[in-house]
Design a binder for this molecule. Sequence first.
Ligand code: SAM
Length: 236
Amino acid sequence: MFTDSSDIYDLVYSFKDYEKESADIIQVIKSARPECKSILDIGCGTSEHHKYLSKYFSIDGIDLNDKFIVTSKQKNPSGHYSVANMKQFDLNKQYDVIICLFSSIGYLQTVDEIISALKCFNKHLKPNGLLIVEPWFNKDNWHKGKVHMIASDKEDIKICRMNRSYLSGDFSILNFHYLVGNMDKGVQHFQEEHKLRLTSKEEMFNAFKLADLDVTFDEKGLIGRGMYYGNKKTTP
Ligand SMILES: C[S@@+](CC[C@H](N)C(=O)[O-])C[C@H]1O[C@@H](n2cnc3c(N)ncnc32)[C@H](O)[C@@H]1O
């Protein structure tokens, strides 16, 4: 995953408008759950959204990557952050809203893992809680065989990430090549393989239902990848 690129994650994704995305999330939460006070972010990464969300809510996060957890704590000192696997975790706490953004759920490799994760999310929601999941693509809307490049050009560091993605069964495989240049280390090259499951809308809907969550889907979402909304039932 982001093992070798953890230190440059925020630079690689500096093109992403986290402030606007957070404003959109805040609007959804204020309208759907005006009483919301607490949020758990699953697969929080470096918690860039939390810079904005923490002005309105108390927000905690979990991620598999320990370096991201350190960065998250620095960005939002009042939040509780821990290394945990979304497939199976227990924070012994419930939240008004749970978010899982920027396709973090796409890293789960089977439908059973998605069901197990969603059941776990449900367990961490208060009654009438809201789950917001931004998915990865599915086989119908993922453009296979594309060459993709992201560049970040700062005074003291230059980064280029390029990949040629391909389809393998139910998976999109993204083999990222990074070129990172700075005065200290010169120009370094490394690779990272990201394997994300192309889960269909039908599989996701079934998974939400099996996790006892009422589900709706918004085609557009934050950045065109869509958004699932899961409502926890108030009565069992
Ligand atoms: C594309 S990043 C998104 C990070 C962040 N939500 C954002 O919007 O920038 C995907 C994140 O999911 C995390 N992740 C992937 N699989 C995970 C798992 N099974 N449990 C917890 N985190 C996971 C990765 O470590 C990574 O931080």
